[in-house]
Design a protein around this ligand. Structure first.
Ligand code: ATP
Ligand code: MG
Length: 664
């Protein structure tokens, strides 16, 4: 009954390779594999010298550092610790007096299509004025400020203004519930909230300030002294005298000049709570110096940013991607970027493609979940197909947030990138601060579904449970063996949990990413196989859930999305349960049985009979976090037939749980 190893491998072997064109290689900052290898060799030869060089070249220090890395209290690593800088000055002031001063920093497209532009000089004035307003209300260096804002220029201004005065921001995505906001206010001990009366998403006006009120009313939020409210729409919201101020009130009379406050390199720039796809959210604390270095450096390395690029990262500022590649990286690099308030499906599912055409976007960075849903839309409605828009301005595509299955990769490559644009499949986490394993567009030959190779200086490896290296071709646990500048510094208020979660004793002091991975035998490329918890053991065969999911979605005529989890089984140890969203309406009864059989046979053919899902359930959707990630821990409960008792505060679509629990 067991499939030969070669059959299990078959779906994993990706023979298509897409090397960068000669022209791209020639024009690239990191040019060809020789360029990449030279940087890696430099990091190997003189690890600290490498980072110290890059930190001096990419960051403006008000006080230069003398020590690069302090490992005396590992795993609480310190980078550039005696250096001082200001993050906002590194994103804004730095460009004043250069040609970038009058360049457009942000092209903002509102939900309703209204477009607004700000130059670097204007953005600096707005950030400075808001920073002065914060100071005037008693917000000081070291205070925590909770930001609960729509995707707007003001959202970026709020983050930058905190950074300017040395206040630590904690952005909470505008879709989170009052309960989630309350927990984060309490955990961070925030002194102020920056929010908006409403936000506009998909043509709907959704409350933000009312949720802040509800959160504070739940209790325990006495630390909050001020709530600043941006009037995004004309609709009034309740305001509490003494505590709440509109932006207009707070900004009145404030100067548009504000000297940036120099902070130590290790000063916490922000706390960001992880999305919770695997458990209770943790307050990931980031530094100022190392983080900023990474945001700037990866704009140059991964996106190979050029002065005339128009960069668009579709992530919300509520996620790490929106921190590193909206609020900090593009500004530190002097890019023109698009900021989009709305959703990809409004007024129709061609919105992204139309916006790329409208703003002549050259670098487009989005998530596989968005790509998959837009594939489904384009296949049912030709009018929203990317071919209906002029995408010729694009030169580079990116993917982030989840493994991108080869089918989606190929669609993105062909239909969006015109078979001309490299795709950087960037593997990273809230904890890593920025990209850690990713292709470089002018160097790395691409393989669909693989995030390829670590950035220079990132000592990523795959090990077994004891921390020993495993051979290429064999799966294992993804670790990073040496610290790097933008790594998580601690979990806010819980250093023990930080050590336990990320540096478990049995792993020799390596950073544990929490993902499983495998390196290809031929190129040593990394491929993420799913979270460690998602490795299944069926009759002694270890399989990543991602592999089975990839096989299911490779049935492109039928399947839109799939999630696979395990449940205990008396005979096989674990049984495979698949949750499937079809490209057609959710089947029931005999039709469901017949399609389930068809899919089982398909998986047997693609991977091997051992990988056949025992249970297949159909849903209209899958339970996802608000950043679009499948919450497999909830699916595991459903598969086992358990009641869901876990934290669902970060779930986007709670109603789906009931539907999936019912189907059979
Ligand atoms: P939580 O840690 O609370 O469960 P999360 O891990 O989903 O939430 P993030 O830090 O936003 O929160 O996501 C990082 C994770 O996303 C990675 O650990 C990995 O599982 C996945 N991921 C991100 N980018 C990629 C990629 N390019 N390929 C494969 N997986 C990716
Ligand atoms: Mg995580």
């Amino acid at each position: 009954m067991s499939a030969p190893a070669s059959a299990i491998q078959s779906v994993l072997v990706e023979n298509r390779v897409f090397p960068p064109s000669d022209a791209v290689v020639r024009a690239a900052r990191v040019s060809g594999m020789a360029g990449y290898d030279a940087l890696c060799a430099e990091a190997e030869r003189d690890f600290e010298g490498f980072w110290s060089r890059l930190a001096r070249e990419n960051v403006q220090w008000t006080k230069p550092f003398t020590q690069t890395l302090d490992e005396s209290n590992a795993p609480f690593y310190r980078w550039f610790a005696d250096g001082e800088l200001n993050a906002s000055a590194n994103c804004l002031d730095k460009h004043i007096g250069t040609p970038t001063e009058h360049k457009t920093a942000i092209v903002f497209e509102a939900d309703d299509g209204t477009v607004t532009r700000v130059t670097y000089k204007e953005l600096l004035a707005r950030v400075s004025q808001f920073a002065n307003a914060l100071k005037a209300h008693g917000v000081q260096k070291g205070d925590r400020v909770l930001i609960y804002m729509p995707m707007t220029i003001e959202g970026v201004v709020a983050m930058q203004a905190c950074a300017r005065i040395g206040a630590t921001h904690s952005v909470v995505f505008g879709g989170f519930s009052a309960k989630a906001v309350q927990e984060r206010i309490i955990d961070a001990g925030a002194v102020a909230v920056i929010t908006a009366n409403y936000q506009m998403r998909g043509g709907k006006e959704l409350p933000l300030k009312a949720i802040i009120d509800e959160a504070i009313a739940m209790g325990g939020c006495e630390s909050i002294r001020n709530v600043f409210v941006y009037q995004r729409t004309a609709t009034a919201c309740a305001m509490q005298a003494g505590r709440d101020k509109t932006f207009a009130e707070a900004l009145a009379g404030q100067s548009t000049e504000c000297a940036p406050v120099a902070v130590g390199a290790e000063h916490p720039l922000f706390i960001l709570y992880t999305s919770g796809s695997t458990g209770k959210p943790k307050g990931v604390q980031h530094s100022t110096g190392g983080y900023l270095l990474w945001a700037k450096l990866t704009m140059d390395w991964t996106f190979d940013l050029k002065p005339d690029d128009v960069f668009w990262c579709t992530a919300d500022i509520g996620w790490i991607t929106g921190h590193s590649y909206v609020a900090y990286g593009p500004l530190a690099a002097g890019a023109t970027q698009v900021v989009f308030e709305g959703v990809p499906t409004f007024p129709n599912a061609g919105r992204f493609w139309q916006m790329i055409e409208r703003h002549k976007v050259s670098i487009f960075y989005t998530a596989p979940t968005a790509i998959r849903s837009l594939i489904k839309a384009a296949e049912t409605d030709a009018s929203v197909h990317p071919s209906r828009s002029d995408l010729s301005s694009l030169r580079l595509l990116g993917s982030v947030g989840e493994p991108i299955n080869p089918e989606a990769w190929m669609w993105y490559y062909k239909n969006v990138g015109g078979e001309r644009c490299p795709i950087v499949d960037t593997f990273w986490q809230t904890e890593t601060g920025g990209h850690v394993i990713t292709p470089l567009p002018g160097a790395t030959p691409l393989v669909p579904g693989s995030c390829t190779l670590p950035l220079p200086g990132i000592m990523a490896a795959i090990v077994d449970e004891m921390g020993n290296d495993v051979a290429h071709g064999a799966g294992g646990i993804l670790v990073i063996k040496r610290p790097w500048p933008s790594m998580i510094r601690t979990i806010w208020g819980d250093p023990e949990r930080f050590k336990k979660s990320y540096f478990p004793e049995e792993l020799k002091g390596y950073y544990l990413a929490g993902d499983g991975a495998v390196r290809s035998a031929d190129r040593a490329y990394f491929r993420i196989t799913g979270r460690i918890d998602d490795v299944l053991n069926v009759s002694g065969h270890r399989m990543g859930t991602m592999e089975i999911e990839s096989a299911l979605v490779a049935k492109t005529d039928l399947v839109a999305e799939a999630a696979v989890v395990g449940r205990p089984d008396d005979v096989t140890g674990e049984a495979i349960c698949a949750f499937v969203v079809l490209k057609r309406a959710r089947p029931t009864g005999d039709e469901a049985k017949q399609i389930a059989n068809e899919l089982r046979n398909w998986v047997a053919k693609e991977i091997g009979p051992i990988a056949k899902p025992k249970d297949i359930r159909f849903g209209d959707n899958l339970p996802k976090t608000r950043s679009g990630k499948i919450m497999r821990r909830l699916l595991r409960s459903i598969a086992k037939g358990e009641a869901i008792t876990q934290d669902t505060s970060t779930l986007e679509n709670p109603a789906i749980l009931e539907q999936l629990a019912q189907t059979n």
